[in-house]
Design a protein around this ligand. Structure first.
Ligand code: ADP
Ligand code: MG
Length: 450
């Protein structure tokens, strides 16, 4: 399947060629024809599989023909949970729409000054990208004319639900014409999402791409057992000195920890900065721009701030603190391995993280192989008598480890299981590390999903 088969406007195709894309990803291949035919869709696919273009290309295709209703308001509305994601969507709109005449993209985000937004909204708008809270403010002040709105996109709807934005989303939808086409994208399509879809979409086509199992294929996951904070700091310093690490996102549990860690790393000579929700929008944007342009090697972030960040240079994700929710683990590590490149995700786990770690492994359906850095071995021994990590020699680093010393479930006794796990330890070096999109003969990593 090539992009030419999708019947997109030639000037959009031209921008796709400029972007270096050779073939549509599965979500694009399935969603675009349904969208061009005018259907509502609800779709899920793993992170980094090109969902933005899946909705933005058909949206731009609409804009290539003049509006039927005469007004200055937006013809396409995209709602996203975070400001960072909104900015990425706006950038994508500009990129894919650059050859079309006059596509005006406006982003309306919380934390930005109202006077500028009021000015932007008083001019003609084609694509409006917004976070729900701030958009509601403008709707209530009568600043937005939705009379010619044709398409509404809910990007990362599951996150908007988690963050409590769904009431706002429904109020916004109620302010738009009932004739609109509605698209919902989510990491998972569960019953909560179904309820939202039932209220906002009209007989939607359901598109589900990746099985959960196949989602993290191009990311090597590693586990380091840690004794305490000082052990974590020493391990992190060691990992960051690896030349193979081009850019990394380090996740901490709290905003304050993100600041402290970024300061400490800078003091140690690393090019590091923090990103979290307490920073002003200007600082967040400045930090992200720096990251994107390679002016920053280590970003220390919290979950919400880092969601949706799509920077191709990120080779490593490091969970300095494990996330509370297994789903966040998948979102975090999805910040590396973008667009089919290979990535490495390292997690630090201490004795009290055992339950959390199991939840994560159950959710991903994958065990995380434990690694040991010679000289920085943990005193804490998670698997006495079960082989693997507790031997502490470098060549067991790739072997999988599952059980914990404080796990009394009796799984330690299951040595057959232990052996099989060891034989399954993957050798990442034989993997294709290249970006298969760009002219390499290996099958696209997307093709591997079931
Ligand atoms: P998602 O929203 O599914 O997490 P994105 O839309 O952010 O993913 O896309 C991830 C990356 O893949 C982006 O860098 C984007 O430029 C790239 N991409 C999108 N579509 C294609 C394609 N057809 N071929 C190659 N790269 C693509
Ligand atoms: Mg996305």
């Amino acid at each position: 399947m090539s992009f030419e088969n999708l019947n997109l406007h030639p000037l959009i195709l031209k921008a796709i060629v400029d972007s270096g894309y050779t073939e549509p990803t599965p979500i694009q291949e399935q969603a675009i024809p349904e969208l061009l035919a005018g259907h509502d869709i609800m779709a899920s696919a793993q992170t980094g599989t090109g969902k933005t273009a899946a909705f933005m290309l058909p949206a731009l295709h609409r804009l290539a023909t003049p509006a039927k209703v005469h007004s200055r308001g937006p013809r396409v509305l995209v709602l996203t949970p975070t400001r960072e994601l909104a900015l990425q969507v706006s950038e994508a709109a500009a990129k894919y729409g650059k050859h079309l005449p006059r596509v005006k993209v406006v982003s309306i985000l919380g934390g930005m000054p109202y006077p500028l937004q009021n000015k932007l909204l008083s001019q003609p708008v084609d694509i409006l990208v917004a976070t729900p809270g701030r958009l509601i403010d403008h709707i209530q002040r009568g600043r937005i004319d939705f009379s010619r709105l044709e398409m509404m996109v809910l990007d990362e709807a599951d996150r908007m639900l988690d963050m409590g934005f769904i009431d706002d989303v429904e109020r916004i939808a109620a302010a738009t014409p009932a004739t609109r086409q509605t698209l919902l994208f989510s990491a998972t399509l569960d019953s909560a999402i179904d309820k939202v879809a039932a209220r906002l979409l009209k007989t939607p086509k359901r598109i589900q791409i990746a099985a959960q199992q196949a989602r993290l294929d191009n990311i090597e996951q590693r586990l380091h057992y840690v004794d305490d904070l000082s052990h974590k700091n020493r391990l992190l310093d060691h990992l960051l000195r690896d030349m193979a690490l081009k850019q990394a996102i380090v996740f901490t549990a709290t905003k304050r920890d993100a600041d402290t860690l970024a300061d400490n790393l800078s003091a140690q000579g690393h090019e590091a900065a923090a990103l979290h929700g307490d920073m002003s929008q200007r600082d967040r944007t400045r930090t992200l721009t720096k990251l994107r342009h390679g002016g920053l090697r280590v970003l220390v972030a919290t979950d919400v701030a880092a969601r949706g960040i799509d920077v191709a240079g990120i080779t490593h994700v490091i969970n300095f603190d494990l996330p509370k929710f297994a789903e966040d683990y998948v979102h975090r590590i999805g910040r590396t391995g973008r667009a089919g490149a290979a990535g490495i995700a390292v997690s630090f786990a201490s004795g009290k993280d055992g339950v959390n770690l199991k939840k994560i492994e159950r959710f991903t359906g994958q065990q995380i192989a434990s690694h040991v850095v010679p000289g920085l071995e943990p005193r804490f021994k998670p698997r006495p008598g079960a082989g693997g990590a507790s031997r502490g020699t470098p060549n067991v680093a790739h072997k999988r480890s599952r059980t914990w010393s404080n796990d009394t479930s009796g799984r330690n006794a299951n040595s057959a299981n232990g052996n099989r796990d060891n034989s399954r330890g993957r050798s990442f070096d034989s993997d294709n590390r290249g970006n298969s999109f760009r002219g390499n003969s290996n099958p696209s990593p997307y093709a591997r999903t079931k």
